[in-house]
Design a protein around this ligand. Structure first.
Ligand code: ZN
Length: 157
């Protein structure tokens, strides 16, 4: 359980990342790029990654939308930069499970700052806002340019 003080702290972190998103720019040397959108809320997200030898050497995003989608994208770029694509996929899986309210068991520690998004599960309409950047990242890692070209977005409604 999250006590109210911690909850306020998480809310501030989300507001801060939503207002001042980190790594919010195109990436000139990107070799994996994907677009995603969440029609339910109007959120758009483009993820740029520079993959090098199985590692995400650099990552950025561009996007418009609600504070949750922007904050989630911003936190994502910070969380996966320098990680292997394997670790990034694992983290995506955990994050998506967490915001959908599915058990992530003993893996909460691995989520680090991303735990701030845990409260999203209480707002079903916001779940797709939070997962959009992550689905878009997974599409980029899969070599797909459009995150909405598959069933990823559909299954998370
Ligand atoms: Zn949204």
């Amino acid at each position: 359980m999250i006590d109210s003080e911690l909850r306020d702290l998480y809310q501030e972190l989300i507001l801060d990342h939503g207002k001042h998103p980190r790594n919010h720019h195109p990436l000139k040397n990107a070799n994996a790029t994907a677009d995603g959108n969440n029609p339910l809320c109007g959120d758009r997200c483009t993820v740029y990654a520079n993959l090098h030898g199985g590692t995400i050497a650099d990552i950025s995003f561009e996007g418009k939308g609600c504070a949750i989608s922007q904050a989630s994208a911003s936190l994502m770029t910070e969380a996966v930069k320098g990680k292997t694509t394997f670790q990034a996929r694992h983290l995506s899986d955990l994050l998506i499970k967490m915001v959908k309210g599915q058990p992530v068991a003993g893996d909460m520690d691995e989520l680090g700052k991303l735990v701030a998004l845990d409260g999203v599960k209480e707002f079903p309409m916001r779940v797709k806002c939070a997962t959009l950047p992550w689905h878009t990242l997974l599409a980029a890692l899969d070599g797909q340019s459009d995150a909405n070209d598959n069933n990823r977005e559909v299954e998370s409604i």
